[in-house]
Design a protein around this ligand. Structure first.
Ligand code: PLP
Length: 392
């Protein structure tokens, strides 16, 4: 069985490698989160918000023109239709409800491109909670619209000015702030990364994706299992959600798509499983892009959501045991796939999701295979990148 053990490990990966000062926070979460989220009242509150606020269930759409082109039956799981434009809000809704049950007054979060910051600021507005978002100075400068969105929603955006002034520095800063105010603050991590219990907790909140796929595919095809599920991986939360109810169904191939940037061996990529070695990042043991002496390597991807030097421990484990197939898709190919989907189906995808789409060109499958691609987000936020790319 694939899953987490009682020490917080998926095989060799996971755990909680944290400073002593954070132990009480992590321990409080660990002791309480399962009981809270399995409680009936919590579940009905979570389900109601997913339905009426997020707009779930998201459709499972048979993309006929795309299917015709690739000669397979391709379904798109439309996470792009979630409120705020991506899957991230499934997790922030779950965590804000949890924070309330734990009696917390303030929320903090890190963000890279600003998508998780916006999803967090959104649920804080919804619940009337104080919200502070840490964001690298470089990212603040290049993601202006999302910075303003967070402010409109009532959040404070605090620049992280250490290191490369990007996502990993914002994460370090959020962790430092959490240590300063452990009693009243909950830290909402945005992917299946961080110390145990975050990876499994976030995966559980995102698992609604594969729960719905099973029901929807049963209605449309008379079976719950597709031949293959494809999802892009930054930290890995949309992929974990899309894979969750299929981990232990060996007839379903799981395809995880990483950003190969300018090429896996170009020195400018975020292809963690291809390049990474075991290390510790943001509190968990996982695969990580690092130099010989263990310094984190700066990643590169055209899509901000995949621009991360690590990968969630569950994905490191799926890679290690060969349960998921990992594919690296380059910037230029992702852009091509994004434009292709726009023209074939009238859907402009997030560039992260476009990586998953292009994987159709890099994997083998049989003509009548049923393939589900998790369309993690919409392309509105990426319009500038599409315009700069220009080849449409
Ligand atoms: C943030 C983001 C991702 C990457 O995050 P995961 O945790 O790997 O899912 C992928 N797609 C979109 C649209 C995003 O906003």
């Amino acid at each position: 069985m694939i899953g987490i053990d009682d020490k917080g490990f998926y095989g060799k990966f996971g755990g909680a490698y944290i400073p002593e000062m954070l132990h009480p926070n992590i321990e409080e979460l660990k002791q309480n989160y399962v009981a809270i989220i399995e409680d009936k009242a919590f579940q009905s509150q979570f389900d109601n918000l997913l339905t009426d606020y997020v707009g779930r269930p998201t459709p499972l759409y048979l993309a006929s023109r795309l299917s015709e082109k690739y000669k397979a039956k391709i379904y798109l799981k439309r996470e792009d239709l979630c409120h705020t434009g991506a899957h991230k809000v499934n997790n922030t809704i779950g965590q804000i409800l949890l924070a309330q049950k734990l009696g917390k007054k303030r929320i903090i979060a890190e963000t890279g491109a600003g998508q998780h910051g916006v999803a967090t600021a959104t649920v804080c507005a919804l619940m009337g909670m104080d919200c502070t978002i840490y964001m690298g100075e470089v990212d603040i400068a290049r993601q202006r619209p999302n910075v303003e969105r967070m402010k409109i929603l009532g959040a404070k955006v605090i620049p992280a000015s250490s290191g490369s002034k990007t996502l990993k520095d914002a994460t370090n800063e959020a962790m430092r702030q959490w240590i300063n105010d452990p009693v009243d603050t909950h830290y909402i991590i945005g992917s299946v990364v961080g110390p145990d219990p975050y990876p499994e907790m976030v995966a559980k909140f995102q698992s609604v994706i594969s729960k719905e796929i099973k029901i929807q595919l049963k209605e449309k095809e008379g079976r719950e299992n597709p031949d293959m599920v494809i999802a892009c991986v930054g930290g890995g939360s949309n992929a974990a959600g899309a894979f969750y109810h299929y981990y232990n169904e060996p007839d379903v191939r799981l395809i995880a798509v990483e950003a190969a940037g300018l090429g896996i061996h170009s020195g400018k990529s975020a292809a963690t499983t291809a390049l990474g070695k075991m290390g510790i990042l943001h509190g968990s043991k996982t695969l990580l892009m690092q130099t010989e002496d263990g310094q984190v390597v700066e990643p590169h991807s055209i899509s901000a959501g995949l621009d991360y030097p690590g990968i969630g421990p569950i994905h490191a484990h799926l890679f290690d045991i060969g349960r998921a197939e990992f594919v690296g898709v380059e910037d230029k190919h992702a852009m091509e796939a994004g434009i292709e989907l726009s023209k074939l189906e009238g859907i402009i995808p997030a560039i992260e999701s476009a990586h998953a789409l292009y994987a159709l060109n890099q994997i083998e499958y049989k003509p009548d295979d049923i393939i589900v691609i998790n369309l993690s987000g919409r392309g509105d936020k990426d319009l500038e990148t599409y315009i700069k790319w220009g080849k449409y």
